[in-house]
Ligand binder design. Sequence first.
Ligand code: F6P
Length: 324
Amino acid sequence: IKKIGVLTSGGDAPGMNAAIRAVVRAGSYYDLEVTGILRGYEGLIHGDFVPMNYKSVGNIIQRGGTILKTARSKEFRTVEGRKKAHENLIKNGIDALVVIGGDGTFTGANLFSSEFDFPVIGLPGTIDNDLAGTDFTIGYDSAINTVVDAVDKIRDTAESHDRLFIVEVMGRDSGLIALRSGIGVGAESILIPEAKVGVAGLVSRLENGRKDKASKIIIVAEGDEIGGAFNVGEELKEKFPTYDIRVSVLGHIQRGGKPSCMDRVLASRLGVAAVEGLIGGRTRVMAGQVNREIVFTPFSHAIKHIDAEEITPTWLKLVDILSM
Ligand code: F6P
């Protein structure tokens, strides 16, 4: 391998820049040329390529977003799109790719890599933490810290006004952001798609909870079956007309901001591992960290959304025990 390409694709996540920096600097270290591809697979299809070297990634480790920009490419889902992408890579003398993103990114990479027998390694860049083959994805730690910061502020108002707040967090169909941040803020209840507590379950929890505690925080994962925080709010207003209820949807603030140190270090470590993996002949795998060790997991397995061991009754029992 002489020349590698690097891109970010799908939703941005804090730490993507640290990952780009690690890939570019590891490339320089191993005497490889590195090309940045703009706007993910869109840039690959349209030939938006920029040469990069160790200097181009200075002063970015602390920045949120992605300097390479990102997109959710519809065209890359078509055979014609992927063909154009391959032609551009060949034209530019690129022999391998590092793609930073989540399950959509890896699904595309897996297909592309097998169709053209082109070496691709993935880095887990998503706030959702919904990939198998890594304990944590790049961006998850920063996102849950953003949630904790925001909900701590909401808690002040909840406490001052004796209110019940329903706070919706991201995660698509995964409850991992809700679960960990919910425990971190001392939530009275957490609703996640994996647990299916439902309206009845939530109502009975509130009925059986302490009567002398008027302020409450309920964290709802956006993918929960009740259908988001506003629906939960409507249901509770009906069941508890005396409660003073407010709803807050945190939205994209969870994707922005500077990465935590944990995310910067994870991204740095995995970025170097990805380049070393490509040099060692690995392809169609994601570089992840499990029990502090670097592991390479086939894309086909990484995208299976295995709901980490976290989504177990033990973790939810924690909430029950602690939310008195
Ligand atoms: O995958 C990251 C994520 O932020 C999810 O948590 C969320 O469901 C989705 O992306 C939102 O995507 P968009 O920014 O395209 O609306």
